[in-house]
Design a protein around this ligand. Sequence first.
Ligand code: ADP
Ligand code: ZN
Ligand code: ZN
Length: 743
Amino acid sequence: MPVQGQYAEVIVNKAVKAVDRTFHYRVPERLKSQVEVGSIVFVPFGRQKTAGIVVGFVPEPEVKDIKDIISLISPCRLLNKDLIDLAFWVADYYLCPKISALQAMLPAGLKLSGKGVAAKTVKCVFLTDRNSGTHQEKLGPKQKEVLSYLREHNGCSVAEVLTYTGAARSSLKSLIAKGLIETSDREIYRDPYRGRNFTLAPPEQLTGEQQAALLAITEEYESKRRPVLLFGVTGSGKTEVYLRLIEKTLHQGKQAIVLVPEIALTPQMVAIFKSRLGERVAVLHSGLSQGERRDAWFHIAQGHIQVVVGARSAVFAPCFNLGLIIIDEEHEQSYKQDSIPRFHAREVAKERAARQNALFIMGSATPSLESYYRASTGEYRLVTLKNRIYQRPMPKVLTVDMRQELKAGNKSIFSRLLQEKLIERFHRKEQTLLFLNRRGYHTFVSCRNCGLVLKCTHCNISLTTHEGNRRLNCHYCGYSTNVPKICPQCGSRAIRHFGTGTERVEEEVKKLLPGARIARADADTTSRKGSYDKIYFDVLKGKVDVLVGTQMIAKGLDFPLVTLVGVISADLALNLPELRAGERAFQLITQVSGRAGRDVLPGEVVLQTYRPEDPVLSAAGKQDYVSFYRSEITGREISGYPPFAHLIRILFTGEDAGILEKHGVIVSRYVRAEVPENDEILGPAPAPIEKIKDRFRVQMIIKTKDLKKTRKSLVRALELAAQDGFPQKSILMAIDVEPLNMM
Ligand code: ADP
Ligand code: ZN
Ligand code: ZN
């Protein structure tokens, strides 16, 4: 059964359209036993040498003068046929080069540079065979101690033996001379959690709802094996359901992947998985070094690790024996990558699970409209957890109309109700979370005379002030400038600061609650490694009375002492010019509300808004997902947006607005000529954010019912345009299939 023919099909490491196909190479005799599908190799390419990935073998090469593979880059295989096929699916679906999809499957430390990140080796000590019998040598007490230590820890590092026995190197040397021990270099696994103990006891008993959910999921697995949407309110115990499913998967000898939003990879999450699954689980988060990530990846591929918990890219983990994929908080936007390949981890996971016949679970308290819609049509199996653990009540939401506050003469950013509750919680020594979607101090500066809003000259985005340096900053490009004293447009001195950022909220709390311990979690305070963890543990240990923060505090945190959540401005998220603005606002408010009253103390939420009558906010106020879904899905159906159609966004950027516009129009003509007649094309038109970092932005959006057909015709249209030289080199074109962000 010669799987390996003589000639390898290789995809080379060049992300260009022209070479987005396989090239044939001869496998030299000396590499025959090593090169297989998935091998990363070094090959000659034109006059250069480049890395490439073996994706198959052919008996006959397509060309006469065939070149040899030069060498094997990585001895361990991180890709197999299944993953390569999945990469091809990604490339086809998201319209990107195959090599880009393949690269996404390799750990960051092993980009195809021609050399992998080196494995780390250490000198280890082993007992020799001579130890099994009795030996006559006279041994010193330290030498005896070394041997007895090794009987328990054979193969440990030299450093470890020396430390634990207190022996000197000379003792080891004489033991080696006597032939009782030997040393050799061993590759080690840089496990960041090595030696740490996690002890979190599993719950004694599943709730009735959890049991019923597990039963339904098992039944689905044994029958139709549709994707499962686990719709469970915040605090309903979804994680425990996941853990049981994982344990079952391991029992069957298979591997599991658990996807969570990067932001949810908290120490708490790590502890839950580590305490239950121990060494069998690798938790991949952005804080890992390249070496640690590489090691984890290799250990997964070798089957030493059975469970992978990680963010978006973990969907490509080299689990060659996959039985289960779970995606928690499936509605989260961060699952969509905003650089090539622009894949959505949920869609890739669904595809991968289907191909591997694995069980696929999507969990959320606020499912994406798409997923809930598919569950309602029967494409997915819907499994529901309606109640919180121990029947703990959902937090009570109190909506405050901020227009009435203003009328009553309250100009503070806190309503009277929120002030009252903040004070009450402080006296009761309970904790409060204050949530605001904006960092910084004020959100914008404008002229009261002419209405000019000060914007970044490079980005067309309003500038934000920061108390720390009293300057104006751009959150997109980092540009900063002094606050002008007079308006650059009309010369008036009536420059005012408007809006509120997290910094300002923090300061207002200080004024309201003198002596309170306040912490702030946003992109500004958590940029340093470990700073988020510190804030997190301070809150958990009760060292913080009020935590002010952005999205970062909205999700997944489980603080038992938090009994009050204040949403400073519910309107902020709602006002974005975005298709999904309503959906995101609902999700955000529900998630942040779900942080209150998770333990024995019941929770309350104060929701401040200028539009209490908005259907999204009123549904959020009642914590009623289904009524939110009903109103939102109707709107989508009427306007023909997802999930009733698919979108493809083509974004053009360039430094010259005129040239950009011209090319947008020209390319759109090619597209219009090729795509199916029923497709609707919006634009080209300036994107909502017209300029970022000095590049103007123009976009067109294709709405289609037949994504497959449209993708094909789009590829053809762009090829034809490219042949005629459009768009020219100075213009960048980005294609996003099923975009989430259209700003
Ligand atoms: P969700 O992910 O649905 O928001 P969690 O999984 O965080 O909810 O569970 C909420 C809390 O309930 C956690 O503290 C968890 O340890 C606890 N819990 C889960 N299942 C049980 C159970 N069967 N018995 C007791 N406590 C449980
Ligand atoms: Zn002015
Ligand atoms: Zn800028």
